[in-house]
Write a protein that binds this ligand. Structure first.
Ligand code: SAM
Length: 274
C-alpha cells in the first residue's frame, strides 16, 4: 500500500469514525503500517478491496478504529506543564478547595495510554504536593478506549526510557527495577488511581474534577464538531476554576470562550465562570 493510497483511505474513513485526517498527518507512518498488515491478514488484494470490505462489513470499522489509535506516551511528558502545575497552579487550586472544606483532589486523565500520565500526577501529588496539603487524598480516574493498554497500566511496569523526563529523585523514590530491567511503580503510588475502559466519544466519568488532562487525543484526532462537544462535556465536569491540560501541540476549538489560559502560553486552561 502506498502512502497516497493510505492517506486516501484515512481521509475517506475518518469522518465515519468522527476523526479528522489532519491529526494523522504526522503520525500516519505507524497507522498505515498497521492498516497494511490488516489488509494482508484479511487476504485482500489492496486498499480498494479493503474499502469494499468496509462498505459491507460493519464490524471491520471497529477494527479500523483501533488501528487508528496512536498510543505514544511517557512520564512527565511536557516538563514545563507539570512544573507549572506543581509550583503554582495546583497549590492555588488546592488552597481554594481547602477553603471550601474539601479533602479530595479529584483528577481525570482522558486517553491515559499505559498509565504514564496518571501515574505522573500520582507521583507529583505524593512527592511534590502532599506535604503542603496533608489532609487531601488523591482520587484519580484514568480512562482509555484500549483495554490492552489499560492492562499494561494496571501492571505499572515500564522500560526505563519512559521515565527519562521524570525528575530523577522522584523516579528513585517511586520505582524499583526488576531483574529483567523493567521499572515498576511501587504499590503506594498506585492506590489512588483507577483505570477504566471508556471511549471518550461516547461516555465520560461523572466528575466533578479539579483537574482534567486530555492530551494528544481529542484535540488532535477528533473531528472539530466532536472536539467542541467533548470540550463542553469536560467543562461541565470541572469545578469552578478547574484546570484542563491539553497537548503541547494542540489548541482548543476557536470559540472556547469559557476557558482562559492559566499559565502563559502553556497548554493549561482554567474554566471561567461566564
Ligand atoms: C497519544 S496517546 C496520549 C497519551 C497521554 N495522554 C499523553 O499525552 O502522553 C492517545 C491515547 O488516547 C487513546 N484514545 C484514542 N482514541 C480514544 C477514544 N476515542 N477514547 C478514549 N481513548 C482514546 C489511545 O488509546 C491512546 O492511549
Amino acid at each position: 500500500m502506498t502512502d497516497r493510497e493510505c492517506v486516501e483511505l484515512v481521509q475517506w474513513a475518518a469522518p465515519r469514525l468522527r476523526l479528522r485526517w489532519e491529526g494523522f498527518r504526522r503520525v500516519r507512518g505507524q497507522v498505515c503500517k498497521r492498516i497494511g498488515r490488516r489488509v494482508k491478514a484479511l487476504g485482500l488484494e489492496g486498499v480498494g478491496a479493503y474499502r469494499a470490505r468496509l462498505e459491507v462489513d460493519e464490524a471491520e470499522w471497529a477494527v479500523l478504529d483501533a488501528l487508528c489509535r496512536v498510543t505514544i506516551s511517557r512520564f512527565y511528558r511536557d516538563q514545563g506543564v507539570f512544573d507549572a502545575l506543581r509550583e503554582e497552579l495546583l497549590p492555588e487550586l488546592l488552597s481554594e478547595a481547602r477553603a471550601r472544606g474539601e479533602k479530595e483532589f479529584r483528577v481525570w486523565s482522558a486517553g491515559c495510554a499505559s498509565g504514564e500520565e496518571p501515574y505522573t500526577v500520582g507521583v507529583l501529588f505524593r512527592l511534590g504536593l502532599a506535604q503542603g496539603f496533608p489532609e487531601f487524598r488523591l482520587e484519580l480516574l484514568a480512562t482509555d478506549a484500549d483495554e490492552a493498554l489499560l492492562e499494561r497500566a494496571r501492571r505499572g511496569c515500564y522500560p526505563p526510557g519512559t521515565l527519562r523526563e521524570l525528575p530523577r529523585e522522584w523516579a528513585e523514590q517511586s520505582f524499583t527495577m526488576t531483574e529483567d530491567g523493567e521499572q515498576c511503580l511501587s504499590p503506594g503510588f498506585r492506590e489512588a488511581i483507577t483505570f477504566r475502559c471508556q471511549d471518550l466519544r461516547a461516555e465520560m466519568p461523572a466528575g466533578p474534577f479539579h483537574l482534567v488532562l486530555c492530551r494528544n487525543v481529542a484535540f488532535t484526532y477528533f473531528a472539530p464538531p466532536l472536539q467542541r462537544e467533548v470540550l463542553a462535556r469536560i467543562r461541565e465536569r470541572l469545578v469552578p476554576k478547574g484546570l484542563l491540560v491539553i497537548g503541547a501541540h494542540e489548541s482548543l476549538p476557536e470559540d472556547a470562550v469559557e476557558f482562559e489560559r492559566a499559565s502563559g502560553a502553556r497548554p493549561i486552561f482554567r474554566k471561567t465562570s461566564h
